[in-house]
Design a protein around this ligand. Structure first.
Ligand code: ZN
Length: 130
């Protein structure tokens, strides 16, 4: 099955709700029962699924990640963005969602997010439905 590529522009730190684009890729794929993979090809960004109703959840996630992974003088990575790399690995580069009856089997309060930890940047993500 073909891979669909999407582009987006991010702010410094951001959770961008990409559920609509992923649902569109599922619809266009024609797959009724299978699995949808969403993949982020960047080392300081990530993909996650979390609450789409209260925007304070995203704020709290970013706050907690910043507290968990502060910038540290001991970091050696010369680019100076090790905290962003740590957040990326913690959240993960991909998610898989079951496709049933031609729809993503997401819960009512679940949204799919592209997580930016070292923006602003032009970013991409891929969706494959099989
Ligand atoms: Zn780096």
């Amino acid at each position: 099955m073909a891979v669909r590529e999407f582009s987006l522009s991010t702010s410094r730190e951001d959770f961008v709700n990409i559920t609509r684009q992923v649902a569109e890729a599922v619809r266009d794929s024609g797959v009724t029962d299978g699995v949808c993979t969403v993949f982020c090809p960047h080392t300081t960004a990530a993909i996650t699924i979390n609450e789409n109703a209260d925007p304070d959840v995203v704020r709290d996630l970013l706050f907690a990640l910043a507290k968990t992974y502060p910038d540290r003088p001991e970091f050696r990575h010369a680019e100076g963005n090790s905290a962003a790399h740590l957040k990326s690995s913690t959240i993960g580069a991909s998610e898989q969602i079951i496709v049933s009856g031609g729809r993503l089997l997401l819960g009512t309060w679940q949204g799919i997010y592209f997580c930016e930890f070292d923006g602003p940047r032009s970013r991409r993500f891929y969706v494959q439905v099989t």
